[in-house]
Design a binder for this molecule. Structure first.
Ligand SMILES: *Cc1c(COP(=O)(O)O)cnc(C)c1O
Length: 370
């Protein structure tokens, strides 16, 4: 059994994709070709924003808005410690300081009640709080109604880390459309994954859109060889755009399947483990299906039993970011973010992808229920 099966899906789009690939081969437009333009307009329509700027990875999709907004040394950017390292890494790459906000125990997303406290901590450290980067963890959008209000109170702008949540929604709005700007990833294992690296940025702000397009190509001005600002090489290639265009045609169906599989898991496991809770009005893209054991010891036992039955499981995230060696310099210690620390000790993720069979879920649950 596979944790994420990327190969079954390939057969569904193979013919159409090969046609697109041949056209790219013959056109010679390998970078930012017509497929990239088509993809950007499709994605913007899907997410419901005026602009979509495709780029080379989810990491660059997070970094470029920070660069565009002039985030740098002396600035604090608030995010959660219970996420993939890239969320905080881009804050450091921009020269700013990550300041962490603990997550809610039921959604694993940023707790809006704790933002004010983190803002105070940032000010005490002599930093200027500028932006908030909520993460839509495992595919579930963060609480944007409350986060928007808190961000307004403290004059912060919001960058949504929608790397895991493309396809998810809240209050009828799709992930990627929250805050001033949203960033997603097309890493193969994400809900909408390419066959390589890729990402996209979404915004309704015309000025930000223009800045992002410049930063994507080395800070270009009127043409490629006039440089108005410091940028990066953040372009998406035409082959990846072709893959994503074809995957988009079956994406909504895959999301429905993920939801059905998550329901099947929860139905069988809810009396044995803490299963994910999706609040009313939200839809998860189910990038991961993560459950909580009662203790670290029980998690180890269950993961071992699964492994013996040939079933892969993973831990996202074993070490919260404030306790990672790379962030020693921030001066955090054990006990600073109790919810994230508790989750990292008990959480584990079960196989989740749209080609998982109901029989396989049955098999996985039988092992867990012992
Ligand atoms: C995957 C991921 C990223 C980074 O995306 P890449 O495309 O791998 O660079 C950022 N944030 C979160 C929460 C992610 O899961």
């Amino acid at each position: 059994m596979q944790f994420i099966d990327l190969l079954t899906q390939k057969d569904r789009i193979r013919e159409a994709l090969l046609k697109r690939i041949e056209r790219i081969l013959d056109s010679g437009q390998f970078i930012m070709g017509p497929e990239v333009i088509e993809l950007e307009s499709r994605l913007a329509a899907y997410v419901g924003t005026r602009h979509c700027v495709s780029c080379s990875s989810g990491t660059d999709a997070l970094l470029m808005p920070l660069m565009a907004k002039g985030i740098g040394p002396g600035d604090a950017v608030l995010t959660t410690p219970f996420t993939f390292v890239a969320t905080a890494e881009v804050i450091s790459l921009a020269g700013a300081t990550p300041v962490f906000v603990d997550v809610s125990p039921d959604t694993f997303n940023m707790n809006p009640d704790l933002v004010g406290q983190a803002v105070d901590q940032a000010v005490q450290k002599g930093l200027k709080p500028k932006a908030l980067v909520p993460v839509d963890l495992f595919g579930l959008p963060a609480e944007y109604d409350r986060l928007d209000a808190v961000a307004d109170d403290y004059r912060l702008w919001i960058l949504e880390d929608a790397a895991q949540s493309f396809g998810g929604s809240f209050g009828g709005r799709r992930a990627g459309s929250f805050g001033l700007v949203g960033a997603t990833s097309f890493f193969p294992a994400k809900p909408l994954g390419g066959y390589g690296d890729g990402g996209a940025i979404f915004t309704n702000d015309d000025e930000l859109d223009a800045l992002l397009r410049s930063i994507r190509v080395h800070g270009s001005g009127v043409d490629k060889y006039s440089n108005d600002r410091i940028g990066i090489n953040g372009r998406l290639d035409s082959f990846q755009a072709a893959v994503l265009l074809e995957k988009l045609t079956i994406f909504d169906e895959e999301l429905d399947t993920r939801q059905r599989l998550a329901d099947a898991y929860s139905q069988r496991l809810e009396n044995r483990l803490v299963v994910p809770r999706i609040p009313d009005g939200y839809r998860s893209a189910w990038a991961q299906y993560s459950v909580l054991a009662a203790s670290a010891q029980e998690r180890d036992q269950l993961m071992q039993a699964l492994q013996q039955a040939g079933i892969p499981s993973m831990i996202y995230y074993k070490i919260p970011l404030h306790l990672q060696k790379a962030y020693d310099n921030l001066g955090y210690s054990v006990g600073d973010f109790p919810v994230s620390e508790d989750l990292s000790g008990r959480i584990f993720a079960l196989p989740m992808h749209p080609y998982l069979k109901e029989e396989e879920i049955e098999q996985i649950c039988t092992v867990i229920l012992g």
